[in-house]
Design a protein around this ligand. Structure first.
Ligand code: FE
Ligand code: FE
Ligand code: ZN
Length: 283
């Protein structure tokens, strides 16, 4: 028996070959979960799977014992935007994708809160709250996750307080969770290398650790507190292997699903997952 405890880990996967193929590819990588885009990453297109495909997807994910699956909303979606056409598009995408991903039985849908582009954090947060309120009915099973961001440009979400303000403002806060991105919090100035305990204590104080549903496990090409968002392979960035392995074994995090968004294809992610499982210290 392995004394390290079970680590649930996967990577961001392409859905170009369809959902079924994506689950097969995930299992072939030795992963036990996956992240997929909820639609074309630029946001315009999506394909509606047939009921037969949905059923086979459910069967297959059970067969391989996949952990919680994470859908990622398109990067182009800006729910904080003051521009009517940009905002309306974002509202449509989040509304449709909550319904679509919930219908697939996917557990969590993560999105980048958005960039206020000059109107200020408070106004931006007001837009995000209104956008979530027109998308979430309170009846769905899916949880919508706010991602911690690096704070590049006018990005909202680089402070835990931003995410709290969003969650506290919506009509159904119980449908909102958080996805912690290790690259983003590090570049936003939370010192997960020098003092992970303190960062998690602060998260607990501001948001509550029970809101954490997922971790994006990425190294950072950019230095600490740089407010720049460039992912590196695990162990090849400024965070480093040791600190990232500690993230995977920390008592507050170790039971969460981890998703790699590192610059690799499936073959590279397969090796990265193997390396992480091998090098993970005893608890
Ligand atoms: Fe993201
Ligand atoms: Fe991320
Ligand atoms: Zn990023």
């Amino acid at each position: 028996m392995c004394s390290k405890g079970k680590l649930t880990i996967g990577a961001h996967m392409s859905i170009a070959g369809g959902l079924i193929k994506t689950v097969e590819n995930t299992a072939a990588m030795g992963a036990d979960t996956m992240q997929i885009f909820s639609r074309n990453p630029r946001g315009s297109n999506f394909r509606t799977p047939s009921q037969d495909e949905v059923d086979r997807f459910q069967q297959l994910r059970r067969k391989y014992h996949l952990g919680p699956i994470l859908a990622h909303a398109p990067y182009t979606m800006n729910l904080a935007s003051p521009k009517p056409e940009v905002y309306e598009f974002a509202c449509t995408v989040i509304r449709e994708d909550v319904i679509r991903m919930d219908a697939l039985g996917i557990e969590n849908l993560v999105f980048h809160p958005g960039s206020h582009t000059g109107i200020g954090v408070e106004e931006g947060i007001r837009n995000i709250i209104a956008g979530l309120n027109q998308a979430i009915t309170g009846e769905e099973n899916i949880t919508v996750l706010l991602e911690t961001m690096s704070g590049k440009g006018t990005e909202i979400g680089e402070r835990f307080e931003h995410l709290r303000a969003i969650r506290e403002g919506v009509a159904f806060p119980e449908k909102i969770g958080v996805c912690l991105d290790t690259c983003h919090v590090f570049s936003a100035g939370y010192d997960i290398v020098g003092n992970l305990d303190q960062v998690l204590e602060e998260f607990d104080k501001v948001l509550g650790l029970e809101l954490l549903r997922a971790v994006h496990l990425n190294d950072s090409m950019m230095p600490f507190a740089s407010r720049k968002d460039r992912h590196a392979a695990v162990g090849e960035g400024e965070i480093g292997l040791e600190a990232l392995l500690k993230v995977t074994t920390h008592p507050a995090l170790k039971n969460l699903p981890f998703y790699l968004e590192t610059p690799f294809d499936d073959a590279g992610h397969k090796e990265e997952i193997y390396m992480i499982r091998e090098r993970r210290p005893e608890e």
